[in-house]
Design a protein around this ligand. Structure first.
Ligand SMILES: [Zn+2]
Ligand SMILES: [Zn+2]
Length: 368
């Protein structure tokens, strides 16, 4: 009988392969055969045990899942025409549908579950255990949300739907970027680059991306993806260059994707247009000291923080992935089997000499 094999986390950096019985599917449930799982900074935090769901172990990490529908339970609900064999992306949040957050469309803020159901953050003690992407199979309950991937898009490209969805959500839906507006993206990682793609699609007037000297490779990719200019914040004067690139007015939306550092938020106030918005989406693990509140006040600025994405942004992102087939391979730099998760995360963190990582994917294969 077929069983699922999953990489199960027991402690910081401590993982073991375990087998699980495939679940019996109830009405509306779906079993996805995982093909690929994208990694992001939150995988690094979870790997090291720094995330806020740390107590919920053992668990199967991985929340950027693309795969093929292997089986479906009795169809008591409308799955928008999805059938066995369709390639899908899995919304990382399983929302209840009836709490106040869900009712205003904030699925990632759902408070309706006793156990928080976010892929990669659910202990294996919650039936049927398969709640993560570092696995051959993932379980999707009747209220789990799936997005059909067009046949022209392969599973590796499909995982990029997640960082690009963030770009739509943070820069446009929440940041309020309008046609012709200027966007400054702090940090050239996959989320920052996803924002470049989203902003171009949305008709941004100017898009500028910042990075460190060691990010040169990513800054070059930003230019290839449609950024008008890039700033190396180590060799250039960030504020002077930002103002120069925005006709002395500053940027309408500034999106901070940088992890851990708070100085980019403080520094960006000087680069903000009057009435502009600073969006914070990078986890900092520290407090914001030194924020120039008076300057921000007189600029009538907005500081906004939004984790996660909404359904609309996921859909826009999947459309963008499907309509730009050649572009995704510029973002995806590495693919590893799930037995090399540690290597994959080291590469993602930029700790492997000679490896320039943007989007790193793990697949449920054994490479060694
Ligand atoms: Zn992620
Ligand atoms: Zn809810």
């Amino acid at each position: 009988m077929e069983r699922a094999t999953a990489l199960v986390q027991h402690g910081p950096g401590k993982f073991e392969f375990e087998e699980f019985t495939l679940p019996t599917l109830g009405e509306g449930d779906v079993l996805v055969r995982v093909e690929a799982n994208g990694l992001c900074a939150s995988d690094v935090e979870a790997y090291e045990g720094l995330d806020r769901d740390w107590d919920d172990r053992p668990r199967i990490l991985g929340h950027e899942i693309a795969g093929v529908i292997q089986d479906m339970g009795p169809k008591s609900i409308n799955r928008q025409g999805l059938e066995v064999g369709d390639r899908v992306c899995v919304n990382p949040f399983v929302s209840c549908g009836i709490c106040r957050s869900c009712l205003i469309g904030d699925l990632s803020g759902c408070t309706g579950h006793v156990e928080r159901l976010r892929y990669g953050m659910v202990p294996t003690s919650v039936s049927p255990s398969l709640w993560g992407g570092y696995s051959t199979h993932a379980f999707v309950p009747r209220n789990g949300i799936l997005y059909k991937v067009p046949p022209s898009v392969d599973a590796l490209d499909a995982t990029l739907w997640q960082p690009i969805a963030g770009g739509f959500e943070w820069a446009i839906a929440q940041g309020g970027l309008r046609v012709g507006d200027r966007l400054l993206v702090l940090g050239p990682g996959q989320r920052g680059l996803g924002a470049v793609l989203a902003a171009r699609q949305a008709g941004a007037g100017k898009v500028v991306v910042t990075g460190l000297t060691k990010d040169r490779f990513k800054l070059d990719v930003a230019l290839e993806l449609g950024a008008d200019a890039v700033i190396d914040v180590e060799t250039e004067d960030f504020v002077a260059r930002s103002l120069e690139l925005s006709d002395g007015e500053g940027f309408d939306v500034i999106l901070d994707t940088t992890p851990h550092a708070v100085s980019p938020i403080n520094d960006s106030v000087a680069a903000l247009r009057r009435g502009g918005t600073i969006m914070v989406i990078g986890v900092k693990l520290r407090t914001l000291d030194g924020f120039p509140i008076d300057q921000f006040l007189y600029k009538r600025g907005t500081l906004k923080a939004v984790p996660g994405s909404t359904d609309r942004s996921y859909r826009l992102a999947l459309d963008l992935v499907a309509s730009n087939p050649g572009v995704m391979s510029k973002l995806r730099t590495h693919v590893f089997g799930f037995d090399r998760l540690g290597n994959a995360l080291d590469v993602l963190k930029g700790e492997v000499a000679g490896e320039n990582a943007i989007n790193v994917v793990v697949t449920p294969d054994f490479t060694s």
